[in-house]
Design a protein around this ligand. Structure first.
Ligand code: GLA
Length: 389
């Protein structure tokens, strides 16, 4: 049994749960997105990997009709009558991700029983590594307590926690990869058909995430605003080209043909999404060819497109990207996740990982007075039950 599994089980005992012997533990990972940013809600392509960093949820039954949840990260507990779960409203609190999962499980027709649930996550919050999907998916599995559910149904259920309960209009990438992650593989997902393909990464590159340790508040309002701007661009093309229902349907040529009818900044947002979809497909090809230089170039073009067209970068992230690009052992760097802070993702030669980390940490500290955190991203397995043996 690993340390975190032990800790969440201990957490149940500390809460005074008297059925700890019936406890089960479920794990769901965070992710780093390699390429394909803000393309998921435009029904395009993404290519994330699941991480070793994950949320663990331990659950054991109660007999008094109460649902009690405890977060070890927040050191906070909430409880409510389990019968109220379907009527629950969000509270703007960490517990929304857990109780939202309980509500969606119940609404999907799986009765939620009285229980204690203890969570602990190693996915950093606000780092763009999908800490919320890890909580949603692990909590949903805990409330299901081993009842079988189709993987895609679980993905959609967890996304509804975000869209319908928390009120964040995100796409499907984070919940999808948390459920479908595979060891040693990236996952290229078509966000329209939801078909996916496992892509091995060349052995000769390491994926390193660098946490800027900043998260600018703007992100919360900018995300729904970007979603609206994309819809505004789609409306212009849908009037002119039959069959266009999302930015996914547009080629670069069709985009250029009518772009002057789209007002700025929606025009730039659409240009990012269309070029980013092309980059995901090209990146997949470059991976297969083990073409590290091309993979790195695509990373950097993606970054520039997010910085200039999608306008979701910030000074700290741009600095981390430029510093990384200047290091001889780094093939490419880009912002990853929703934007306005969080992490960069970097492709680094294995023998250069240590000097890369040192050079980036020193330069970043000198410029901003902040020590960044580094994560070696080994593609990990998707969500499931943790072994208690
Ligand atoms: C957040 C959202 C995802 C996706 C990314 C940007 O992580 O939850 O659905 O849109 O931002 O690529």
């Amino acid at each position: 049994m690993d340390g975190i599994t032990e800790r969440v089980l201990e957490g149940l005992a500390t809460l005074g749960n008297s059925h700890v012997r019936e406890a089960r533990v479920f794990r769901a990972p965070g992710r780093v997105n390699l390429i394909g940013e803000h393309t998921d809600y435009n029904l395009g392509f993404v290519m994330p990997v699941a991480l070793d960093l994950a949320c663990y949820a331990a659950t054991a039954p109660r007999v008094d009709g109460i649902l009690r949840i405890h977060s070890r990260n927040m050191n906070d507990t909430r409880e409510l009558p389990v019968d109220d779960i379907k009527e629950l409203k969000p509270a703007g609190h960490w517990s929304d991700y857990v109780l939202g999962a309980a509500k969606e499980v119940a609404l999907a027709g799986y009765p939620v029983e009285a229980a204690d649930l203890v969570i602990e996550s190693t996915v950093p919050v606000g780092a763009g590594l999908s800490s919320s999907a890890a909580i949603e998916v692990s909590s949903a599995l805990a409330f299901l307590r081993g009842r079988s559910i189709d993987k895609l149904e679980l993905v959609k259920l967890a996304r509804r926690v975000e869209n319908d309960f928390v009120g964040m209009p995100c796409g499907i990438m984070d919940q999808f990869i948390s459920v479908h992650g595979q060891e040693n593989r990236a996952v290229r997902l078509d966000c329209r058909s939801l078909g996916h393909e496992l892509v091995p990464l060349p052995f000769s590159v390491r994926v390193i995430a660098v946490n800027s340790m900043v998260k600018h508040d703007l992100g919360a309002s900018a995300y729904p605003q970007r979603v609206r701007e994309c819809a505004e661009a789609v409306a212009v093309y849908a009037e002119r080209i039959p069959g266009v229902a999302s930015l996914r349907d547009l080629t670069a040529e069709q985009y250029r043909h009518f772009d002057e009818y789209v007002s700025v900044p929606a025009r730039w947002r659409a240009r990012h999404v269309i070029s980013e979809n092309e980059r995901v497909l090209a990146f997949r090809e470059a991976c297969v060819r083990h073409d590290r230089a091309e993979m790195g170039q695509l990373f950097y073009s993606s970054h520039k497109s997010m910085r200039d067209d999608y306008e979701i970068s910030c000074a700290e992230i741009d600095f981390l990207v430029e510093t990384a690009m200047a290091h001889s052992g780094c093939y490419g760097a880009r912002l990853t996740g929703g934007g306005f802070g969080g992490c960069t993702v970097n492709l680094v030669a294995p023998e250069a990982v240590d000097t890369f980390k040192q050079a980036v940490a020193e330069a970043y500290h000198k410029q901003f007075g902040i020590i960044p955190t580094f994560y070696d991203c080994h593609p990990a397995a998707g969500a499931g039950e943790a072994s208690l043996g």
